[in-house]
Design a protein around this ligand. Structure first.
Ligand SMILES: [Zn+2]
Ligand SMILES: [Zn+2]
Length: 256
């Protein structure tokens, strides 16, 4: 029997690789530069994600006096579809703030720079996230939902949607979403966030709801243009282990 994570990898590759061959935005190889590094993130990130959920549970169990059972039962009594819509708005708002901090606080940027180091965008680039950033953003996104009392069913639907969107927005796919592009994050929206053009990668901070960037004046989504170069000018190691140590080595250098 194959472990769930291997099955997940096979299913995602089975969906996105053919889509990226048919609807490609940029012509590129499946096993592009950094593929093995990102595949390593895929398998390790699964376990780190689990520990993030555990951290959220521990924090909440220490904060029981801050919970509001009346509010929680009101939230939980709503239909699953409504909780799902609310979860998107609340968690993406929290992510928006966390993501801006990752860009604007210098020591946090050292961790986030790892995600921006991808020079080729495809579905697998989604998982290149430093474990410390993964735990930090997971706590920011999930904590409000747990605290508000969203039901398990709505959290499962939300988690599946959230994962699907993360792979979609990084994928090398050219697809028109029409008016939906304001309500659902798309490659057209998130690829600009990875653009190598200075200043443009400081736009589009949401990952699910582009309307938030429109609201806060950080949107950049031209109708007929897409970026051609991705990445950042910081020199980030190419391998997994080097990338894990990168933020710490930068901090030590800066402290000297
Ligand atoms: Zn970013
Ligand atoms: Zn990204």
């Amino acid at each position: 029997m194959l472990p769930e994570i291997v099955k997940g990898f096979v299913v995602l590759a089975g969906i996105f690789i053919p889509l990226e061959r048919i609807l490609f935005l940029h012509k590129q190889k499946i096993f592009r530069l950094g593929w093995a590094t990102d595949a390593t993130y895929f398998f390790t990130g699964h376990f780190i994600g689990r520990s993030g959920a555990l951290v959220v549970t521990v924090i909440l169990s220490l904060m029981t006096n801050l919970l509001n059972p009346e509010l929680q039962s009101k939230v939980a009594s709503q239909p699953v579809w409504l909780q799902f819509v609310e979860a998107i708005v609340i968690s993406d708002m929290a992510y928006y703030i966390a993501h801006r901090l990752l860009h604007e606080v210098p020591w946090l940027w050292q961790f986030h720079a790892v995600h921006h180091s991808s020079e080729h965008m495809d579905w697998l680039a989604a998982v290149r996230v430093h474990p410390c950033e993964q735990i930090f953003t997971q706590i920011c996104k999930i904590m409000p939902l747990y605290w508000l009392g969203f039901t398990k069913e709505s959290l499962v639907v939300y988690a599946l949607y959230s994962a699907a969107i993360a792979f979609l927005i990084h994928s090398n796919i050219k697809l028109k979403f029409g008016i939906l592009k304001w309500f659902v994050a798309t490659p057209q929206f998130h690829h600009w966030h990875h653009s190598k053009i200075p200043g443009i990668n400081n736009k589009n901070f949401a990952v699910q709801l582009p309307l938030l960037d429109l609201l806060f004046g950080t949107i950049y989504m031209p109708a007929k243009k897409m970026p051609h170069k991705y990445g950042i000018s910081d020199s980030i190691p190419a391998g997994y282990v080097g990338q894990i140590f990168y933020p710490f080595s930068r901090m030590i250098k800066n402290a000297r």
